[in-house]
Design a binder for this molecule. Structure first.
Ligand SMILES: Cc1ncc(COP(=O)(O)O)c(C=O)c1O
Length: 385
């Protein structure tokens, strides 16, 4: 008999296990499944990125341990990217840490700052890592702050409290697709300045997944003492390559690096250098290269098709110029679980909203990770519910 640590009991059960088993069962019966559940891009990464990985793999030092903080030349490219994109100046030596994906950094950061029973503010709904991988696994207590449609899913800054050791925020948002206004960021920075011991963490993992001319701002444009996370996962369809970075106040970054030196040895050098290649392709005004714009056109078109289809279904959602998610209210008489199960019977996988928090109980998340044809087919199937 083995006894797991108490903190393991506090982690919520894996909600998707039952749904995954059901999907497998349907697949084994030969039923065609359209997976709009997982936020994993179906499109391939640009060839220039995979070619770079292959080329850098041949470097004589490619096989050696990298450093936890990341290669300095890569960090210099990140600093340039922050400057051209956001006009944010950071010191590549002290204010940047390369990550094995944003998730790793978001979770490890809490280990550096959260003491047992410290309170950490996390939005509801939100990417589950803030509450679980970060807070609970650091023996902290997540305090769930609800996001409401009437506030455009922006956190009510009045709910923040100086007792919070950290606050996690994320715009463009998973799962809702919500974006933050400059006014809201300014209001948040006013709060942060007068509560300077609370670390305000902004997860900008979807910064590059924006359409229709919308550009996501950086939190560091508004508040230089915070920390912000970026990822190449959605930028270049590279979820499996595990690469991202954190930028922020030197004391916060150095604490994260200290934790990481004890846990990992950094992202593989050849992946870091391939990321550098992509970041260096942004022009002097911060515009992304054509390979990223092409990708965005595809997601933008899918979003149009999905939003039209959901309108036909009579399902309500808020239009968004960012992310590849559509956060949709389930029709009257359903909740997220009953709707998700019924959709699955029709061969369509969706994510039930409660996977992101209690506020999600009447919502489902559609991920735009299938072709427009498959999205249209999914809508047809949902019409028969
Ligand atoms: C809000 C948010 N942050 C972070 C991540 C993880 O990013 P990465 O793949 O860089 O670890 C995800 C992945 O889905 C996400 O939705």
């Amino acid at each position: 008999m083995f006894f797991r640590a108490n903190r393991m009991q506090k982690l919520p059960p894996y909600l998707f296990a039952g749904l995954e088993a059901k999907a497998e069962e349907l697949k084994s019966k030969g039923i065609d499944i359209i997976d709009l559940g997982i936020g994993d891009p179906d499109l391939p990464p640009p060839k220039i990125f995979t070619d770079a990985i292959k080329a850098f793999l041949e470097l004589p030092n490619a096989h050696l341990y990298p450093t936890s903080i990341g290669d300095l030349e890569v960090r210099k490219s990140i600093a340039r990217w922050m400057k051209v994109k956001f006009q944010v100046e950071v010191d590549p030596k002290t204010q940047i840490c390369v990550l094995i994906g944003a998730k790793e950094g978001l979770a490890n950061l809490a280990r550096a700052f959260v003491n047992s029973d410290d309170q950490v503010a996390v939005p509801d709904p939100a990417y589950p890592v803030y509450a679980n991988g970060a807070t609970i696994l650091s023996d902290g207590i997540p305090v769930y702050l609800p996001l409401f449609q009437k506030n455009q899913m922006l956190l009510d800054v009045d709910l923040l409290d100086q007792k919070f050791k950290m606050v996690y925020l994320n715009y463009p948002n998973n799962p809702t697709g919500a974006i933050a206004t400059n006014e809201w960021f300014s209001q948040l920075s006013e709060w942060a300045k007068s509560n300077s011991e609370t670390i305000v963490v902004h997860d900008n993992a979807y910064s590059e997944l924006t359409f229709y001319g919308y550009k996501a701002p950086s939190w560091l444009q508004f508040y230089e003492n915070g920390i912000e996370f970026f990822s190449l996962s959605k930028m270049v369809n590279a979820t499996g390559f595990r690469i991202g970075f954190a930028v922020g106040h030197p004391e916060i970054i150095q604490a994260l690096v200290k934790v990481k030196t004890q846990l990992d040895s950094g992202a593989p050098l050849f992946i870091q250098l391939a990321m550098k290649q992509i970041l260096d392709m942004y022009d002097e005004y911060g515009n992304p290269p054509q390979i990223i714009l092409e990708n965005l056109n595809v997601y933008g078109e899918r979003r149009n098709v999905m939003e039209q289809g959901l309108t036909q279904l009579g399902m309500s959602f808020v239009k968004s110029p960012a992310t590849f998610y559509v956060w949709t209210k389930v029709p009257d008489g359903w909740d997220d679980l009953t709707f998700t199960e019924a959709a699955l019977e029709k061969g369509v996988i969706l994510t039930p909203g409660r996977g992101f928090g209690n506020q999600g109980k009447n919502y489902v998340r559609f991920a735009l990770t299938q072709s427009t044809e498959r999205i249209l087919a999914a809508i047809q199937r949902l019409k028969t519910l």
